[in-house]
Design a protein around this ligand. Structure first.
Ligand SMILES: [Cu+2]
Length: 189
């Protein structure tokens, strides 16, 4: 018990040391240069407000593993926007598209992200582009709300909520980087 009290006496000293270290880092020349080169952020007025909205967002209910979210992304601005990534607390995420490979449809990461034309739309639907949840941390049942965040090419983020629905389709197979598909069957002799 007394040792715990003594430790408390040391903590301010440790904090002070860390503070000095941090101060030393901030005088580093390269970081100063990087800050100077960073483009000045435009007036942060309507930054996150409604640059992108999503119509009828929904999430494919699943107990585990992969699943996906869909809806129609709407660009409310008069310039093209690119969605480069997505994040969620329930799973790591990827932006996916469907493509024909060896005679069957497979999904793969969408090169360059989802591009929304000025004042235009980009539909996410089973069999087409979708927001992939790679590995659910816990079951998501019909009616549950799933939140996720889209990140745009300019670094801004847009949060969304989608309600989970039961859906038996969208069981596409996954071919990351056009990699190995199951073709070993013919090798047996
Ligand atoms: Cu996918």
């Amino acid at each position: 018990m007394s040792s715990r009290i003594r430790l408390a006496h040391f903590l301010p000293a440790i904090a002070l040391t860390l503070g000095l270290l941090a101060a030393g880092c901030s005088t580093d020349a390269s970081s100063t240069t990087a800050a100077a080169e960073a483009p000045a952020a435009p007036a942060a007025s309507a930054a996150t407000e409604t640059t992108i909205s999503i119509t009828d967002p929904w999430f494919k209910a699943a107990d585990k593993g992969m699943t996906a979210a869909f809806g129609t992304l709407v660009n409310n601005t008069d310039k093209p926007l690119t969605i480069v990534s997505a994040t969620s607390d329930v799973s790591t995420m990827e932006l996916h598209e469907m493509t024909m490979k060896d005679g069957k449809m497979v999904m793969q990461p969408k090169e360059g992200g989802f591009v929304l034309p000025a004042k235009g739309k980009h539909e996410l639907s089973p069999g087409g582009d979708h927001l992939m949840f790679m590995e659910l941390k816990s079951p998501v049942q019909a009616g549950d709300e799933v939140t996720f965040t889209l990140k745009l090419a300019d670094g801004s983020t847009v949060p969304f909520t989608a309600v989970a629905k039961p859906y038996s389709g969208a069981e596409e197979s996954y071919a990351p980087d056009g990699g190995m598909t199951m073709s070993s069957g013919s090798a047996s002799k």
